[in-house]
Design a binder for this molecule. Structure first.
Ligand code: ADP
Ligand code: MG
Length: 477
């Protein structure tokens, strides 16, 4: 025979079902179990704290209205939350749902800690076969602290990383957010932290995941109506390393789910380590509440390594691979490849490959050729003359025309493009650039650059010409 609360809840479900989409219904309402009805207080059991928070955040109004409709104005709702399955002594928490007269400040009350009262019920969301210990960390064991060269550029990030590695969840650096441009060592450092923790604590589940993979997984689970498995999985992790969170920008649903996972882990003293290609404050399309969480811990940036550190990184890599390269070559490479450690390594690998293929020894000559193919402007700056000449050759316009007042279309285009490239490739001021075009003023240069950018965005053929010109200019040095 059906109990009274089952009947009431069944009626509620019918109303709820009509008001939300089927997928949300399956995800968030089907797993709910009504467990009691006393004094007009309906108690429903939800699988986790996370689940409760989600319902409160997204469905509180619907729930409140529905329950009042079924049970009258003085109806109350109580949640019973199943605690995580690994702590056997803990009982489910009960959270009181406020009654209607207090509903204006219900949100405050919901933040009160739960009351632990009812006996333990087995958590239905344990994924069969998925034990804590079995989580594959997805870490690459080659990234360690030992082969992460220290320099001024990474000192703070590295030492904060080390502190977290020694006491995950036990420092003020939670979350630890590491940010910096491409190829500056973010992934290496966070993986080193993960590997360190794994080695020191075999019982801790560490997980490295890119934000892209996290998002794709979430979408898959959503499609298959298994969001709870997804959540549950992430809630079991002791150290969550999420790489490249800028990928979340504009993805509100993913941010939403991550926000809750974040809260859960943080509250349980678990460690969160995040990376981003820019400072959290500069992340766009990110929910404010998520950004504010990032500020709870420490944000440390990775900067471009200085010359000495670049040499140290190259030597470290050579040492690891057991190769010898003359000092002048190492210095040449370190001097010319400035902004990106990945490129630095790329040149090294490319040098090795070329020397073994051509059986040529690695010398300065070979290094120059290799470096050339990696960077657009090797120490030598591209000159204004080079730019003007390349562009004018391309459009078959005499160089002198650039300085004249003529408004013929292809001359105007050549002039604007030359100014644009001058802005891109030289360090000259707008005024100085203008002076190379018959003394035009800086606002003309700004206007030209803007006109070129607009055309690049809207005119495919024009963009192709620009790409071709870029190549020619770079080759001309
Ligand atoms: P990011 O994630 O910031 O784009 P990565 O961590 O992938 O950069 O680093 C790019 C490459 O440079 C990797 O092969 C990494 O091992 C290497 N690298 C970066 N910084 C250092 C460093 N300080 N010491 C040694 N190798 C480094
Ligand atoms: Mg990376």
């Amino acid at each position: 025979m059906q109990s009274k609360w089952n009947l009431v809840w069944d009626n509620c479900l019918k109303i709820i079902k009509d008001n939300i989409n089927i997928q949300s219904f399956k995800t968030w309402f089907e797993p709910i179990k009504p467990v009691a009805l006393d004094n007009n207080v309906l108690t429903i059991q939800v699988p986790s704290q996370f689940f409760y928070e989600w319902l409160e955040e997204h469905y509180v109004t619907l729930l409140r209205k529905t329950i009042k409709r079924e049970l009258g104005d003085d109806a109350k709702l109580e949640y019973r939350i199943l605690m995580e399955s690994n702590t056997q002594s803990t009982n489910p928490a009960t959270v009181n749902y406020p009654n209607s007269r207090e509903s204006s400040n219900y949100m405050n009350e919901m933040n009160m800690p739960g009351i632990f009262s009812t006996p333990m019920v087995k958590n239905p969301f344990v994924i069969p076969g998925l034990k804590k210990i079995n989580v594959d960390s997805q870490l690459n064991p080659n990234y360690t602290f030992d082969n992460y060269v220290e320099g001024d550029c990474n000192r703070l990030a590295r030492s904060a990383g080390m502190a977290v590695a020694k006491a995950p969840g036990g420092t003020a650096f939670n979350p630890l957010v590491l940010y910096g441009g491409v190829g500056l060592g973010k992934t290496h450092l966070v993986q080193a932290i993960g590997n360190f923790i794994k080695t020191a604590n075999s019982n801790k589940s560490v997980l490295y995941v890119s934000s892209e993979k996290f998002t794709n997984q979430f979408v898959d689970y959503l499609k298959n109506n298994n969001v709870n498995d997804f959540i549950h999985f992430y809630q079991m992790i002791d150290v969550l390393i999420l790489d490249d969170i800028q990928f979340f920008s504009g993805k509100t649903r993913t941010q939403d789910i991550f926000f809750h996972i974040f809260n859960h882990l943080h509250q349980s003293g678990k460690q969160l380590i995040l990376t981003s290609d820019r400072a959290p404050k500069d992340l766009e399309g990110m929910e404010e509440r998520l950004l504010s969480r990032f500020k709870w811990g420490l944000s440390a940036d990775l900067q471009i390594p200085d010359f000495e550190t670049r040499i140290a990184i190259l030597k470290n890599k050579m040492h690891a691979d057991g190769i010898e390269i003359p000092n002048d070559v190492v210095e040449f490479v370190a001097y010319n490849i400035k902004s990106n450690v990945r490129e630095l390594e790329g040149v090294l690998i490319s040098l090795l490959a070329q020397s073994s293929l051509t059986r040529q020894e690695i010398n300065l000559e070979l290094a120059k050729k290799t470096v050339m193919s990696f960077v657009k402007s090797v120490s030598k700056e591209i000159s204004m003359e080079t730019i003007q000449k390349t562009v004018c050759d391309f459009f078959e316009v005499p160089i002198d025309k650039l300085k004249e007042q003529t408004r013929k279309r292809h001359v105007v285009q050549a002039r604007q493009l030359s100014m644009y490239f001058a802005k891109e490739y030289t360090n000259q001021s707008l005024k100085a650039i203008g002076s190379h075009f018959g003394g035009r003023d800086h606002s003309t240069v700004i206007h030209s650059c803007q006109a070129v950018r607009n055309l690049i965005d809207t005119d495919e053929e024009f963009k192709e010409s620009v790409d071709e010109l870029k190549k020619r200019i770079q080759l001309s040095i």
